[in-house]
Design a protein around this ligand. Structure first.
Ligand SMILES: [Zn+2]
Length: 220
């Protein structure tokens, strides 16, 4: 079976695997619905040897992180606060540094990954994107260095997969496009916290120069 194939050359293409950690899998404190269903196909694409570089992000918070509802008196998960002039969603405690739920998921072949970027390590700043933190107190979005890494490796095209599609995958893909990379979100290799918003998300990603494809378009 062959769908509309995507042409890309291996040397200049990267796969970026976002936050595939047990805490985001159903059963975890921030389990993304049906997130476990992408483990097998993400393994397949990581083992495909189609990419010059595979990189991965790891959500990596200190306990008491500012994004945790438990840090804010009287607040519950999924409520919002104003933080440095922007809305911040409050989450259940998740991906606390050193805990089992914060490790890279044991079912995936992490030996294939050349670069890991940890994010969200600043107690007072959240980081959805693998490229830049969310807004900091001074209003800036400090970079993680990942764009520089890809540029140094002569990467021009980035395929993004992982969890969650409507949060960290989305922010990562939008920043990748903003950094000048041809960016393709592999839709079937991601899942949303709120699947009801997926149709709207598709439209908004198109407006941010993020292409959407299925992994079958890569012949996988
Ligand atoms: Zn987080």
């Amino acid at each position: 079976m062959k769908s509309a194939g995507i042409q890309f050359d291996k040397q200049h293409s990267a796969l970026l695997v976002v936050d595939m950690q047990p805490d985001f899998i159903p059963g975890g404190p921030l389990g993304v619905p049906t997130g476990d269903q992408i483990l097998s196909p993400v393994r397949t694409i990581m083992e495909s040897e189609r990419f010059g570089v595979i990189a991965a992000t790891q959500d990596w918070h200190p306990s008491g992180h500012i994004s945790f509802a438990s840090h804010h008196e009287g607040k519950k998960p999924l409520e919002t606060i104003q933080l440095y002039g922007k809305e911040q969603i409050l989450w259940p405690d998740h991906c606390v540094q050193g805990t089992a739920g914060a490790m890279m998921h044991p079912d995936l072949p992490w030996d294939r990954v050349l670069a890991f970027v940890r994010k969200g390590e600043d107690p007072g700043v959240d980081s959805y994107s693998g490229f830049r933190n969310n807004r900091a107190p001074d209003g800036s979005r400090p970079k993680t260095g990942l764009a520089g890494y890809f540029h140094d490796r002569s990467i021009t095209t980035i395929f993004v997969c992982g969890l969650a599609r409507d949060v960290c995958v989305r922010w990562t893909a939008e920043d990748a496009a903003d950094e000048g990379f041809t960016t393709i979100l592999l839709w079937n290799l991601s899942r949303s916290v709120n699947p009801d918003g997926d149709d709207q998300l598709r439209k908004e990603l198109a407006g941010k120069n993020v292409k959407i494809a299925e992994s079958s378009a890569l012949g996988l």
